[in-house]
Design a protein around this ligand. Structure first.
Ligand code: ARG
Length: 460
């Protein structure tokens, strides 16, 4: 007799190569707990529908508990022919409780089972991600509050642009991470739906109460269409996009810090705990944590595009191609869930050199303020921009700083310049001028801190 779950109509055995090619147990074993929980709830649903006696259901639930115990203790033995986690758990259950185990799969298919397991597993992982994201945002906000008085150059095109605050830079990334957290919250609603009860594709022939089953498993609702329910992997694709976006944000943040930690900038140094050395050059201290965060983004983007390729053009309902959904998902989730705490740790422990940031502020970064001075005197901005540009050129041609141009020289460029122009040559004043919501003034930055703190206070 063929020992396969599906072996009834087969007389020939699988080619060993095909056996290996077909098996997913090496990677889907991590769904063991979800698979057990799903089966226990399903056994109870079968009992409620009159397909199992109370006693049979209890036997199955208790047997599955023993199987879970073996997984937990690390002593579950995968047997030859355990094709996937569903097969493995049922095979072991049968060994433990005998033929009654054969009633568990009534009306169920591995198609609705695997889709349910994956959602159960993912839901828990994403809750971890959500916590990790919030921790990271918390670290950024805390630093932003503590270090609100540190000024630093703001860059566009990586060229010195205008003065800003270190806290404003920190918060710029915190807001991107908050979007990742909100996006995650949003997609969880589409993860948390239950395909169980869809059978192979056409639904369950027995009077299973899917609403009750969904409640038992903590799902928001059962999926509404069996054909769609067994093959919908949008939730995997969305998660991979979320993961890609989160890694993209981490990579941009990491890149900034890699630059700021270079000798030439010296705005920050990473703690030893997040740096590594060179095997050849004794003096080196490299920001490997940040480089890995940057590098791993590429890996996650690859997982996302790979899955989209797998899904594209698939005919309706379950196709074995869908087994390819797991490895990219597992890898991406593992990558993000490892990356987030490393980012939080690196950010919490780095040292900031406020003096070096202040020294990097250059007078030309106040050229915009010079133009704005004239605007306040009633000169149209287009003209003031031109005048301030001419002032930069004039200072450059004389080999002096913009801020050292005598008033007489400024007046030669525009008659509206007066004594009070001297007041604009202050980086502190420049950042304070930008007092609108989202600006660089102390008040405006504090407002962002308060908003994020309030959001962090609300339960996830
Ligand atoms: N290991 C399979 C998967 O991950 C389980 C579902 C198998 N279904 C089937 N009809 N062969 O997709």
């Amino acid at each position: 007799m063929n020992a396969k779950l599906w072996g009834g109509r087969f007389s020939g055995a699988l080619d060993p190569l095909m056996e290996e090619f077909n098996a997913s147990i090496d990677f889907d074993r991590r769904l063991w707990q979800a698979d057990i929980l799903g089966s226990q709830a399903y056994a109870r649903a079968l009992a409620r529908a009159g397909l199992l006696t109370e006693q049979e259901a209890e036997q199955i639930v208790a047997g599955l508990e023993r199987v879970a115990g073996e997984w937990r203790a690390g002593c579950f033995e995968i047997a030859n022919g355990d094709e996937d986690i569903h097969t493995a758990n049922e095979r072991r259950l049968t060994e433990l409780i005998g033929p009654v185990a054969g009633k568990l799969h009534t009306g169920r298919s591995r198609n609705d089972q695997v889709a349910t397991d994956l959602r159960l597993w993912l839901r828990e992982e994403l809750r971890t991600s959500q916590q990790e994201l919030r921790t990271l945002i918390g670290v950024a906000v805390e630093r932003a509050a503590d270090e609100i008085d540190l000024l630093m150059p703001g860059y566009t095109h990586l060229q010195p642009a205008q003065p800003t605050r270190w806290s404003h830079w920190l918060l710029s990334h915190a807001w991107a991470w908050q979007r990742d957290a909100l996006r995650l919250q949003d997609l969880l609603a589409r993860v948390n739906l239950m395909p169980l009860g869809n059978g192979a594709l056409a639904g369950n022939p027995f009077p299973i109460d899917r609403d009750q089953l969904a409640r038992d498993l903590g799902f928001d609702a059962p999926t509404p269409n069996s054909l769609d329910g067994v093959s919908d992997r949008d939730f995997v694709a969305e998660t991979l996009f979320w993961a890609a976006m989160t890694m993209l944000h981490l990579s941009r943040w990491a890149e900034d810090l890699i630059i700021y930690s270079s000798r030439e900038f010296s705005f920050v140094t990473l703690a030893d705990a997040y740096s590594t050395g060179s095997s050849l050059m004794p003096q080196k201290k490299n920001p490997d944590s940040l480089e890995l965060l940057r590098g791993k983004a590429g890996r996650v983007f690859g997982k996302m595009s790979g899955l989209l390729m797998t899904l594209k053009g698939l005919p309706s309902t379950y196709n074995k191609d869908l087994q390819e959904d797991k490895e990219p998902l597992f890898d991406a989730i593992e990558t993000v869930n490892r990356a987030l705490p490393v980012a939080a740790g690196a950010l919490a422990t780095l040292t900031v050199y406020g003096l070096n940031m202040a020294r990097a502020l250059v007078p030309e970064m106040l050229a915009t303020d010079l133009a704005e001075y004239l605007v306040r005197k009633g000169v149209p901005f287009r003209e003031t921009h031109h005048v301030a540009g001419a002032a930069v050129a004039l200072a450059e041609s004389q080999g002096i700083a913009l801020t050292d141009l005598p008033l007489a020289e400024l007046r030669s460029l525009h008659p509206a310049f007066e004594e009070d122009v001297a007041a604009i040559w202050s980086y502190a004043r420049s950042v304070e001028q930008r007092d609108v919501r989202g600006g660089t003034s102390r008040r405006a930055v504090q407002e962002q801190i308060d908003d994020l703190l309030q959001w962090l206070d609300e339960p996830a």
